[in-house]
Design a protein around this ligand. Structure first.
Ligand code: UDP
Ligand code: MG
Length: 323
């Protein structure tokens, strides 16, 4: 399909070293999109891949003008890649999905159906997760349950970034420029008429996960710090509890001395309580540091990502720096 005129669907796909899945992803997604009988674009964001992904994307773009490519100057991360895709999408409905076929393209038809019924955001709820390690499933379950509990945004626990968003939601989302982005939470925060459909998350088609534990942890901390002050408030609660406990034990020691005349020798006790308090103080200092570091990042106002090259976006110049 050509790109002239208005585009109905934009598919936003972040790509990081996915040379073995891109073609299969393209074939399956194109088959589904063609059956919808509307104009579409597939925007691949090459997030600093060091394998052949970019070459494959160039070939696809040369063969099919509905394939567009945003080529980052380096790896900026999954969330930034999605952000760039949303920023440059032209569709009336924008669908975000992973390139590894864990999000089955066939579900697009179901998302579109609900959108046509009048929903502004249709998110895909993972009913089951195939082919993921027990560790990943366990940490994900715990983390999403925790974040739903401690934030005041009504998020759904089993929802990733696979979703359809109406153009009007995308327009609002473009104005949200925070750096440590937790997009799956931000979309719930934006509001509008949202609904979910359930799907089965498949195994990765090929290759390895691009989310090692380190990245998962950073993502989890981004999610919590961008939606909750609870970790900061914990210092206050811990302080109150420890003060109460020390007050109570002070009274106990005094009573013991007055009533029974007994004296509790305390070197070990002093050592333990000093270390305990020192530990707690450092822990909360670190926590405050996390928030301050994030504030510092926001204040610097650097661009969220840097685009080295656009393919298929007629109006864009190559080497444009965008934010
Ligand atoms: N990805 C990306 N940049 C990164 C890491 C991942 O663009 O720094 C892409 C990746 O190519 C895939 C999607 O984000 O399309 C989700 O990554 P992955 O499948 O590795 O995560 P998982 O499903 O294991 O959580
Ligand atoms: Mg995946």
């Amino acid at each position: 399909m050509d790109n002239v005129g208005s585009v109905m669907y934009s598919i936003v796909v972040p790509v990081y070293n996915e040379e073995n899945v891109i073609k299969e992803f393209y074939n399956r997604t194109t088959a589904v999109l063609s059956s919808l009988k509307e104009r579409y674009e597939i925007i691949f964001i090459n997030d600093g891949s060091v394998d052949n992904s970019l070459t494959i994307l160039r070939e696809l773009h040369a063969e099919d003008s509905s394939v567009k490519v945003i080529n980052f100057s380096r790896n900026f991360g999954h969330q930034m890649a999605i952000t760039a895709g949303m920023d440059y999408s032209a569709g009336n409905a924008v669908i975000i999905m992973d390139s590894d076929l864990q999000d089955p393209p066939e579900v697009i038809a179901k998302l579109v159906e609900r959108w046509k019924e009048g929903h502004d955001v249709v998110y895909a709820v993972r009913e089951a997760r195939k082919g993921e390690t027990l560790f990943k499933r366990l940490t994900a379950t715990l983390f999403y349950r925790l974040i739903v509990k401690i934030t005041n945004v009504s998020m759904h626990a089993d929802v990733g970034d696979f979703r359809l968003m109406d153009k009007k939601v995308i327009d609002i989302f473009r104005t949200v420029r925070e750096r440590h982005r937790f997009i799956r939470g931000l979309v719930f925060w934006v509001g509008f008429k949202q609904t979910g459909i359930s799907y089965i998350r498949n195994e990765r088609f090929a290759g390895e996960t691009k989310y090692p534990f380190r990245k998962m942890l950073k993502f989890a901390i981004d999610g919590i710090t961008s939606f909750s002050f609870l970790p900061l408030q914990l210092a206050m609660y811990a302080g109150a509890i420890i003060s109460l406990m020390s007050f109570a034990s002070g009274i106990y020691i005094l009573c013991l001395r007055i009533i029974t005349g007994r004296f509790i020798p305390g070197i070990a006790g002093i050592l333990v309580s000093v270390l305990f308090l020192g530990g707690i103080q450092l822990l909360f200092l670190g926590l405050i540091g996390e928030y301050i570091g994030r504030m510092y990042d926001e204040i610097k106002q650097r661009p969220l990502y840097i685009v080295q090259e656009f393919l298929g976006f007629n109006q864009k110049n190559n080497n444009e720096i965008s934010c």
